[in-house]
Design a protein around this ligand. Structure first.
Ligand code: PLP
Length: 393
């Protein structure tokens, strides 16, 4: 019998992609499924970005590039990090990867040894724990609730740190909660991390631009500049510019770690697609109006959706700070419908009411579901109606 590696036995396929696949199957059978499962903006990639890629193809820019990205894209990234985030990086502190996901993966591979612990605040992006496991590390979860807007406190962080802690994932604004850490909250976490110089901070800033909190965006290095030497910023054009299929992300951080990530990439995928790199450069250096337009649409949908959800018996939804997700508590609905878990509830919603949502357990926070509002107002209204029908039993 064919046996597989122990490594692959530790992980599961991405649950968010699984929901989308299941909803897709039902749709293919002709069922009128509404899906709030998507992890990507519903807008088209802006035209000037597409044009840059078309020009790249036509001019023959279709060969290998340097593994860690073209000098031109690295320059655009360095300028973006300076302009938007007031952070200085040199080209050897930047690696361009196949989406933010590969940057996260390479980081784990470059940093972790067997038994190293990685702190993962829950609810978390589904891939963090599995990427840690694939690198022989051990995820250590910190649970949160709506009471802290799904954010960890300094006391929780302090209690989770052991001599084996090697890294922590921070993701603000967060997929799936939609919450962003305030400067004061980041400072409190930074004060704990200052006492533990062995811990590397992975700051996943993927949703930086999709934000409507009272405070402008900050990451932990903005608030604690002394943590610069051990923070890796992960970013991508995927969400900001509606470019999920182009697969361009990057990491900025200490040169030694970035070089190691580059070396790993050189032995796995080599460079990200040449054409997509040109598109990403156009996105970062071009007119940013497209971002403002998309964010305004997300914000308007968010505001309407939160009100609508809270009008459904058994659902309690906090307004978020950004992203295109809300993460309501559905324990009331579960109780009403006799569902023991959020997985059961999600299955019931899909099979009986043709509504696809992602169960909170997939993100380490049971009793909730993640709803994506990267879809039309019509689908959102229809989805709330299906939830209301479900709540009526
Ligand atoms: N990090 C977070 C928090 C995400 O939500 C995602 C995408 O779902 C990623 C990273 C990966 O993004 P990309 O599509 O650029 O690989």
């Amino acid at each position: 019998e064919l046996t597989l590696s122990q490594r692959v036995g530790r992980i599961k396929p991405s649950p968010t992609l699984a929901v989308t696949a299941k909803a897709g199957e039902l749709k293919a059978q002709g069922k009128d499924v509404l899906s709030l499962g998507a992890g990507e903006p519903d807008f088209d990639t802006p035209q000037h970005i597409k044009d840059a890629a078309i020009k790249a193809i036509e001019s023959g820019f279709t060969k290998y590039t340097p593994v860690g990205g073209t000098p031109a894209l690295k320059k655009a990234i360095i300028e973006k990090m300076k302009r938007d985030n007031a952070l200085d990086y040199k080209p050897n502190q930047v690696v361009v990867s196949v989406g933010g996901k590969q940057a996260c993966y390479n980081l784990c591979q470059a940093l972790l040894n067997p038994g190293d612990e990685v702190i993962v605040p829950a609810p978390y992006w589904v891939s963090y724990p599995d990427m840690v496991l694939l690198a022989d590390g051990t995820p250590v979860f910190i649970e949160t609730t709506a009471a802290t807007r799904f954010k960890i406190t300094a006391a929780q962080l302090e209690a989770a740190i052991t001599p084996r802690t090697r890294m922590i994932w921070l993701n603000s604004p967060s997929n799936p909660s939609g919450m962003a850490y305030t400067k004061a909250e980041l400072l409190a976490l930074g004060e704990v991390l200052r006492k533990h110089p062995n811990i590397v901070i992975a700051s996943d800033d993927m949703y930086e631009k999709i934000l409507w909190a009272a405070e402008p965006f900050s990451n932990i290095v903005n608030v604690c500049p002394d943590l610069y030497d051990r923070t890796v910023i992960i970013h991508a054009v995927s969400k900001t510019y509606s470019m999920t299929g182009w697969r361009i992300g990057w990491a900025c951080g200490p040169a030694k770690l970035i070089t190691a990530m580059n070396d790993i990439q050189s032995q796995s995928t080599s460079n990200p697609t040449s054409i997509a790199q040109v598109a990403a450069e156009a996105a970062l250096s071009g007119d940013q109006t497209c971002v403002t337009t998309m964010v305004a649409a997300f914000k308007a949908r968010h505001d309407a959706l939160v009100i609508d959800l809270n009008s459904v018996p058994g659902i309690k939804c906090l307004p978020g700070d950004g992203t295109f997700y809300v993460f309501p508590n559905v324990e009331g609905l579960m109780a009403k419908l006799g569902c023991k878990t959020d997985l059961e509830l999600s299955d019931l919603l899909l099979e009986k009411h043709l509504l696809a949502v992602v169960p909170g357990s997939a993100f380490g926070t049971p009793g909730h579901v993640r709803l994506s509002f990267a879809t039309s107002d019509k689908v959102l209204k229809g989805s709330v109606e299906r939830l209301r029908q479900a709540a009526q039993g």
